[in-house]
Design a binder for this molecule. Sequence first.
Ligand code: 8YV
Length: 328
Amino acid sequence: MTQARVLVSRAIFPETIARLQAHFDVEANQSDEDWSREQLIAKLQGRQGVFTTGSERIDETVLAACPELKICANMAVGYNNFDLDAMTAHGVLGTNAPDVLTETTADFGFALLMATARRIAESEHFLRAGQWKKWRFDMFSGSDVHGATLGIIGMGRIGQGIAKRGAHGFGMNVIYHNRSRLDAALEADCKARYVGKEELLRTADHVVLVVPYSPASHHTIGAAELALMKPSATLVNIARGGIVDDAALALALREGRIAAAGLDVFEGEPKVHPDLLTVPNVVLTPHIASATVPTRRAMADLAVDNLIGFLVDGKPLTPLNPAVLAAR
Ligand code: 8YV
C-alpha cells in the first residue's frame, strides 16, 4: 500500500515528525519558514494531510487548489483558521486538539488575571528601569483577586477551569455568561451563577474572555461594553484576537475607564495595536496560554493521532465536521 503524503506547515518537536514518518511520506518545515498562501498551496500539491498550528488559513481558495487534500489536523483547540463549511463541501476533514490543553490554559488565564490585578508586569518594568528609589504606601496598589467577583464570558472547558480556580482556590464569587446555560451539576461544580452579559460587565471586578472566535463573537467587547465595566475592573482575553476591539480597549485603559487588562491574543497578531504598547496598565503576552512543554507535546500528539486515525485507520479522534466521515 502506498503511504499517504503529509505536510507539516510549521516547526514542531522532532518526535512529532518521527511519529508521522512511521506512517507517512512527510515534508516538514523545521526551519519554520513563513510560507505565503501560494507557497502553502504549492507545498500541499499531491498531499492528503496537513498538520496545521492554528495560523494557517484553510479556505475555499486553498481547498479548490488542493484537490487531493483529505484532512487538516490543527494543533489547537480553536479552529477559526478553518472554513469548516468549505472543508465539508470539499470532503476535507478538520480536526482540532481539545481537552489536552484545558488545565494548562486555565492556569495561564488565572496567572494573567493575577498579573493584571496586582500590576506585576508594570512594577517589574519600573524596577528594571532603576526607578525604585524608595518604598511608598501606594506603590502599584492593585485590586484584590480573593473574594472578588469573577465574570467569565464563554463557559466551555477552559472557562469552567478558570471558574473552579476562582471559586475553590480564591473564594471568588463567580458569574458567567455563555451562549447556553450549563446544567445544574456543572454550575454547582464551578460554583458559578449564570447572568446576562450586561449584568456581568456591570458587576464583575475581573472579566475573563474565553469565548471561541466567530463572526458572531467579533468585538464581544467594544467601547459600549467597556463603558459598562467598573472603573476598578480588569479585563483578560485569552480567547482570540478580534473578540476585543483593541483600539477601544487601549483608549479605555489610557483614560482610566477600566483599571487594567491582560491580553494573550490580539487582532491581527503577531501585530499588536500600537496604542496597547504605550499604555502602562496592560500585561501583554504573545499567545502562550497553552505553552507548557507537556501540553504542547500532548497537542502535537493529538494532531498526529488524528492524522493516523483518519488516513490509516479511518477513525479520527476529534473530528470537527463528522459529516465528511459519514459521506465516505
Ligand atoms: C495554540 C490556542 O497554541 O489551542 C488554541 O486554540 O489558541 C493555542 O493553544 C495556538 O492556536 C497555536 O497552535
